[in-house]
Write a protein that binds this ligand. Structure first.
Ligand code: KIV
Length: 257
């Protein structure tokens, strides 16, 4: 079974686990535990301190994805298309082809629903595997991040967008910060899986930014659970190294040529 079919076949059977990676070494470890490795444009804020993912460039996404490719062996590798790289169906196809060719990823993710449906349709018609992303869309937010599905208009739009994306061939949809009952309803209404982030346990899968859950990236976002304080362990190792260099315990003869 190919990787995409395998992901879809998990719906209503087992949870889909997805995490971000921005480089080879982390990708290698993430790959052992997940179904999908996402090279998210969240790398803009996590690695470069950008105040918005709108600043992330295609070159940055391609370079990080090339590194991630070296670490991903078994999982499906998805790359985020950055802001303004899919404004028309033609620019979308041109840029996606460049990403696929240079990074050898399996699929791409685009943010939006009905507003980008011509692009989605064109990409899937051209046999490109596309992951959708609705709810809170970081590339569209100016100002504060807010959850989605709070009023009738938003609820209707979310449900319609999800259906429209499915109809136009996406293989899964990320639901970001979508209110629990709406995420549940969307998930039940679709034949393709939903991958939640801040969108409850009712989604078919879950995604998080790896740096957040490992405690490498300090964040106070409600949906993040810190599963490890990796900075503590990194500091223990670094402190030991500095101490040994300063006290001449390292390097020993066996470490020297
Ligand atoms: O950029 C990203 O990391 C994402 C996920 C958080 C869904 O889009």
């Amino acid at each position: 079974m190919n990787k995409i079919k395998k992901i879809i076949s998990k719906k209503n059977k087992s949870k889909i686990v997805c995490l971000t990676a921005y480089s080879k070494n982390i990708a290698e470890e993430v790959d052992k535990h997940v179904d999908i490795v996402l090279v998210g444009d969240s790398l803009g804020s996590v690695l470069y301190n950008y105040t918005t993912t709108r600043k992330v460039t295609l070159t940055e996404m391609i370079n990080h994805s090339k590194s991630v490719r070296l670490g991903v062996k078994k999982s499906l590798m998805v790359v985020d298309m950055p802001y303004k790289t899919y404004e028309t169906k033609f620019s979308a196809l041109k840029n996606v082809k460049k990403v696929l060719k240079e990074t050898k990823c399996d699929a791409v993710k685009l943010e939006g629903g009905r507003n980008i449906i011509q692009q989605i349709k064109f990409l899937t018609k051209n046999k490109i595997q596309v992951m959708g992303h609705i709810g809170l869309l970081p590339q569209s937010v100016k100002g504060k991040f807010k959850s989605k599905g709070k009023n009738e208009r938003e609820i209707k739009q979310l449900i319609n967008d999800a259906k429209l994306l499915e109809k136009n061939g996406v293989f899964a949809i990320v639901l970001e910060c979508v209110k629990t009952p709406i995420a549940k309803k969307i998930t039940q209404n679709l034949n393709i899986p939903t991958i939640g982030i801040g969108s409850s346990v009712y989604c078919d899968g879950q995604v998080l930014v790896t740096d957040d859950l490992l405690g490498l990236n300090e964040t106070k976002i409600k949906f993040v659970k810190k599963f490890l304080n990796l900075r503590k362990y990194i500091n223990q190792g670094l402190k030991k190294y500095a101490l040994e260099v300063r006290s001449k315990k390292y390097p020993l003869k066996k470490h020297s040529y």
